[in-house]
Design a protein around this ligand. Structure first.
Ligand code: KE4
Length: 429
């Protein structure tokens, strides 16, 4: 597959952009090779600057759940762009967005808009600390909550991809207040809580992990965390930046039947424009400025174009919840098709899937936490990544990422993907 223009753009990009990219995971550092520069996208397909077409399993790392350039979203953005792009003053649109979200997700009385998932998670943790009057937080190895200092301790996504054990610039003072335990290990959490009695303000978790590949919570794990938080007066934060509005209209809280105290959102909530949000119980959210003294702010929070893109996306998801069933059926079809060719090939593998989140690991053991995800054959994944890319299928460029399906994918696209996997396995058996 010819990618001469991409290669040329990558060389030029590195003149003025660190690593030639504006987010590290895009750089192909872990899978090797050079990134593809995208010219446009439509539905389930990306088109690069050399005119190559790819079936898209990244969906911009989650947001494009309805497919790229979804007509109602584009139409709404074009309309609102005529009214100017930002005011820095409250608008009716922000009220409608907050009302829509609170009507879709359980257990959120008040919600604050921000411009990224990092901002949402960072603000939720500050709020939990301000509300509880305690300093430490527990996060899980391999979970990624954005690049705020407190989260860059044994994080997933790009931090795991680049195997960065400790991030320069994150001070000991900050990392001392971030306690980490293995995902799915309830006993380890109980022990950590006992070691730090009355010091822990919050437990923050990806209720379905997506930043070390897709990893499901074991039965009873989240329920056990809920019980610990109730008993120990700890704020339970669901990081639903990835799962929110993707697992179901009500996100993981609704799908898994667990109530968090605070929930963070991103990705789908903005329909591809920069939006994050954090929300939860009134008694906690009332500590956020200007109601309370936990300060949080943002010039472009609630930006009208981002709001209308997100509102249009969420409204379609709320009014057509069959989309979630369609997406899950497509993901299960892909899972079962891949299983069939992988079983025929005989090489050990694990596929984790829930809803429209899925990941493939070349592993002989179940992948239930960061340690087991790291033991998988990463090199084999990297070979698969490039084989797929050269055959017009764009997977996330890291073994430590979930794949994201969008509802514009057809069963023909899925069959194509399964067939290319089969060819790969024949060539690499
Ligand atoms: P952003 O600040 O990138 O909008 O969101 C941070 C974040 C928070 N929480 C979860 C569960 C997330 O998955 C993310 C961001 N996800 C990564 C992909 N795994 C973003 C891709 C990137 O870093 O470019």
């Amino acid at each position: 597959m010819k990618r001469t223009k991409s290669d040329k753009f990558f060389k030029r990009a590195q003149q003025h952009i660190p690593g030639g990219v504006n987010s590290p995971v895009r750089a192909f550092k872990s899978v090797g090779g050079e990134p593809v520069f995208i010219k446009k996208a439509k539905g389930a397909y990306l088109y690069d600057v050399d005119g190559n077409k790819y079936i898209d399993y990244i969906a911009s790392w989650g947001p494009m759940i309805l497919g790229h350039a979804h007509k109602p979203v584009i139409k709404a953005i074009k309309k609102y762009a005529e009214y100017s792009t930002s005011y820095g003053a409250p608008t009716k649109l922000e009220i409608e967005m907050a009302e829509l979200i609170c009507s879709m997700v359980p257990n959120v009385d008040l919600i604050r808009m921000v411009s990224s998932g990092t901002e949402a998670c960072m603000s939720a943790v500050r709020l939990a600390r301000g509300y509880a009057g305690k300093n430490k937080i527990i996060k899980f190895e391999g979970n990624y909550h954005g690049h705020a200092d407190a989260f860059l301790v044994k994080a997933g996504s790009g931090v795991a991809t680049f195997n960065i054990q400790s991030v320069p610039g994150v001070t000991g003072g900050v990392s001392n207040d971030t306690l980490t335990v293995p995902y799915n290990d309830l006993e380890a959490v109980k022990q950590k809580v006992a070691e730090h009695k009355n010091e822990i303000a919050a437990i923050i978790i990806e209720p379905v992990a997506g930043n070390m590949g897709c990893i499901l919570p074991k039965p009873g794990f989240l329920e056990g965390l809920r019980k610990i938080c109730d008993e120990e007066n700890i704020v339970f934060i669901f990081d639903e930046v990835m799962t929110g509005f993707r697992m179901s209209a009500g996100g993981a809280q609704q799908m898994l039947g667990i109530n968090a105290d605070l929930v963070t959102y991103g990705k789908v909530i903005g329909g591809g424009l920069p939006v994050g949000a954090f929300g939860g119980k009134r008694k906690i959210m009332e500590h956020i400025a200007p109601l309370g003294n936990v300060y949080q702010a943002g010039t472009l929070s609630g930006n009208p174009l981002a709001m209308i893109a997100g509102y249009t996306t969420l409204k379609e998801l709320k009014d057509n919840q069959s989309i979630y069933k369609e997406l899950e059926e497509k993901t299960i079809y892909l899972r079962d098709g891949m299983k069939k060719v992988l079983d025929a090939n005989g090489r050990p593998y694990v596929i984790n899937q829930l809803g429209s989140m899925i990941s493939l690991h070349y592993s002989e053991q179940p992948v239930v936490d960061f340690a087991s995800a790291s033991k998988a054959d990463i090199q084999m994944f990297n070979k698969l990544f490039h084989y797929m890319l050269n055959n017009g299928i764009y997977l996330p460029p890291s073994a430590y990422e979930s794949w994201f399906l969008n509802n514009a994918l057809t069963y023909e696209d899925l069959d194509n993907t399964i067939s290319v996997l089969k060819d790969f396995l024949i060539e690499h058996s």
